[in-house]
Write a protein that binds this ligand. Sequence first.
Ligand code: F6P
Length: 321
Amino acid sequence: MANMNKIAVLTSGGDSPGMNAAIRAVARTCMFNDKECVGVMRGYEGLIDGDFVTLDRAAVGGIIHRGGTILRTARSDRFKTPEGREQAVAKMREAGIDGLVVIGGDGSFHGAKALHEMGFPTVGIPGTIDNDITGTDETIGFDTAVNTALQAIMKLRDTASSHERLFIVEVMGRNAGFLALEVAVASGAEYAVVPELPLSIGNLCKLLRNSHDEHRSHTLIILAEGVMPASEMRDKLQDTGGYDARVTVLGYIQRGGAPTSFDVVLATRMGAFATEGLLIGKSGVMVGNINHKLVFSDLERAWSEHKSLSPELLSLINKMN
Ligand code: F6P
């Protein structure tokens, strides 16, 4: 096992609340173990350019509750090329870096896996509001995004009920419905429309006839962006059932803001665990939180194995309706 004296950390892909707490945890765990820590600016882009900053105690002070990422983030096309990856490894070796922690989603983990296969010790931490990573029950930022969406929906509910309106609220989540389902249960919405369970507009109109038309002061549909844009669903509900729905797209506000205590604690635990993993020779793995316990699993699982929505949450939507 190579001597591990200097560890680098980067954030990549979409930012998520809690990334800063994870960066801090990596840096502070290095310090605790008398190791050096450097941050890589702008994800894999900064790795290729050798854009490194020292992460000492002061550099990670006061960031634990800040949203976004102090290291900035990017989606890098250059890193997808063998030349880009070779240059990144060369820059790390030149700077005396012995191991790398990658905080991001499955796109970022493809890069982490490539570095591992090139013989560079690399460990992943799942950070994305989408929660679409197999190998962990929760990703860093998911809980905060759910709560951010909930705050907005509580305001919409006032208007929806005052006007007895039908609202479609579009939430993020890429191709997955984790965010939409959790938000729907938390907000008491009548329907969650997610990519994993296709619902035809005809069937949705039938359900609406049973609920909205008969006894509701208002109806909320939480729509995952991976299904269709909310404006398209509004038009289809109008054409098929004559419904006059109002649309709200929550968009990027779901990615920002201070992390919840859950995300800060998760990020701190994962940051420490990933760093300690590197120090004992782990590589090519990501940290996961499974049944409240931290574990390592192969990075590839993040994208090669399907992660299912909770059947319990799905059935709750129907039961509570
Ligand atoms: O992965 C996080 C996420 O916010 C998704 O929910 C969304 O589909 C995507 O990123 C948006 O990506 P971009 O920041 O490139 O517009």
